[in-house]
Write a protein that binds this ligand. Structure first.
Ligand code: GDP
Length: 200
């Protein structure tokens, strides 16, 4: 069951070991509207800790602790931490956000010691985006483990999805993109497997 830990707008407020127990952290990154909140909610499968897109929380990194077990049997030490990063590249708010990427979130990606996996979301319904390319490039350079996830796969026919995934892989220089749908839950178990692999 996910427990909301805190919202941080700068590195001084990232949760420390007293809250995370040093457990591995999985970060979720993507452009605004890519389907990040929907995906996290689909992974958590819980209505209690629903990730909200309310203003105020959207410019911050929101941390959640996931615990094994349920009810009275729930373990006190979390198994894994989720970090929901602010959406980027939303031109209506500011053209400079995408230009500033990844500096905007660099204190987190660069220095977070417990960060075990970055989940990079790209929309399978639109052409490859330069801001996504910047992030993926940055992660490749810093050698942070990451997995690229293609969202909203349910909206496309099998053929168009395959074609779009191939174009995204080619443009971003990655070997694998996991197609997912928060609507149908397709691909969610496969993504969970990747997440759980870092929690062991
Ligand atoms: P965020 O800004 O990245 O957190 O994106 P949201 O999760 O709020 O989703 C943005 C929009 O895309 C909403 O209208 C969602 O209903 C829609 N959406 C998100 N995920 C999916 C999906 O898997 N399938 C479909 N068809 N729509 C989705």
């Amino acid at each position: 069951n996910p427990v909301f830990l805190l919202s941080a707008t700068d590195a001084a407020h990232f949760p420390t070991e007293s809250k995370t127990h040093g457990r591995p952290e999985v970060a979720f990154l993507g452009r605004s509207n890519v389907g990040k909140s929907s995906l996290i909610n689909a992974l958590l499968g819980s209505k209690e800790a629903r990730v909200s897109s309310t203003p105020g929380r959207t410019r911050a990194i929101n941390f959640f602790a996931l615990h094994e077990g349920s009810g009275g049997k729930q373990k006190t030490v979390p198994s894994i931490i989720f970090a929901d990063l602010p959406g980027y590249g939303y031109a209506k708010i500011s053209k400079s956000i995408s230009a500033e990427w990844p500096q905007f979130i660099e204190p987190y990606l660069g220095e977070r010691e417990t960060l075990a996996l970055c989940v990079c979301l790209v929309d399978t319904n639109i052409p490859p985006q330069a801001s996504d390319g910047l992030l993926i490039n940055y992660l490749q350079q810093t050698q942070r483990p990451f997995v690229v996830v293609g969202t909203k796969a349910d909206r496309l026919s099998k053929n168009v999805l395959a074609k779009n995934l191939a174009a995204l892989k080619e443009e971003h220089g990655v070997e694998e993109i996991l197609p997912v749908s928060s609507k149908t839950s397709a691909g969610i178990p496969a993504l969970w497997q990747r997440i759980q692999a870092v929690a062991e």
